[in-house]
Design a protein around this ligand. Structure first.
Ligand code: ADP
Ligand code: MG
Length: 259
């Protein structure tokens, strides 16, 4: 057991990179339910991590503690050297560095696509409107939606809305992007257009943590796979190692169901 742990640490810790996220002994309860049990993991700049595991294993909770959509009970979380705690100044600084893309898109329905993407840069970063719009249009072009800028979310397909959500997150120039099952709410024919955008992003050097059931993405795009089960990280290794030799029975069982 300890041998395995020592090996996986070296595999997932690039020598040159520094951790942009350090989670150490993070615990989270919902009432009496222990959702995260002393979870520790460092994430390195430019690394793409696929977080997988059964439903209810704590994947979303872990991701949400990293930008304080959930508070953790104990342990420490640091993002780019800033501790995530009750200090609102720290939270503000961290939220500027960490973007999130949700399963259900969460676009503002009363705002146009362009306004969805310009809102945070204008409000939070005080970016002038013309500059925010130019940037938004460039990002929308990158996700293939420049010609939809003046439409409203309801006029777009799910896959298009999710690509807008990615552009919106990128508009704040985050160092880290958290994705919580970004393709799970999509019709099958729209999954690939979103994965293609994520694949392109993965090559830009942004740090990505992706909760996903897309094993193809985990295998081909991720640098690292973390397998959650019952609130603990059971496996933390390279995709090649994880898919070829899952160590734990629970991981083997999970893989036999999703493959
Ligand atoms: P996953 O994303 O791996 O499916 P979650 O992190 O969403 O799992 O949930 C882990 C466990 O914590 C589940 O049993 C879930 O029911 C519970 N849980 C999550 N959020 C809450 C909440 N706000 N209140 C109570 N229980 C919750
Ligand atoms: Mg979840």
């Amino acid at each position: 057991m300890s041998n395995t742990a020592a090996k996986t640490v070296t595999l997932v810790q690039p020598d040159s990179a520094r951790p942009i996220i350090k989670a150490t002994c993070v615990d989270k309860h919902f009432g009496a339910f222990h959702a995260l049990k002393s979870v520790s993991a460092n994430f390195y700049e430019g690394q793409v991590t696929a977080i997988i595991g059964p439903s209810g294993s704590g994947k979303s909770t872990f991701l949400r503690t990293l930008n304080r959509l959930e508070t953790h009970d104990s342990g420490t979380i640091e993002v780019d050297g800033i501790e995530l705690n009750d200090d609102l100044k720290n939270l503000d600084a961290i939220r500027r560095e960490v973007g999130m893309v949700f399963q259900s898109f969460n676009l503002f329905s009363h705002l146009s696509i362009l306004q969805n993407v310009t809102l945070a840069p204008m409000r939070v970063r005080k970016m002038p409107k013309a500059q925010a719009e130019a940037k938004a249009l460039a990002l929308l072009e990158r996700v293939g939606l420049k010609n939809q800028a003046h439409k409203y979310p309801v006029q777009l397909s799910g896959g298009q809305q999710q690509r807008v959500a990615i552009a919106r997150a990128l508009a704040m120039d985050p160092k880290v992007l958290l994705f919580d099952e970004p393709t799970s709410a999509l019709d099958p024919e729209m999954v690939n257009e979103v994965l293609a955008v994520m694949r392109e992003l993965a090559h830009t050097g942004i740090t990505m943590l992706v909760v996903t059931h897309e094993m193809g993405f985990a295998r081909e795009v991720a640098d690292r796979v973390i397998f959650f089960d019952h609130g603990v990280i059971l496996e933390d290794t390279t995709p090649a190692e994880f898919f070829a030799n899952p160590t734990h029975e629970r991981a083997k069982a999970f893989l036999s169901q999703v493959r």
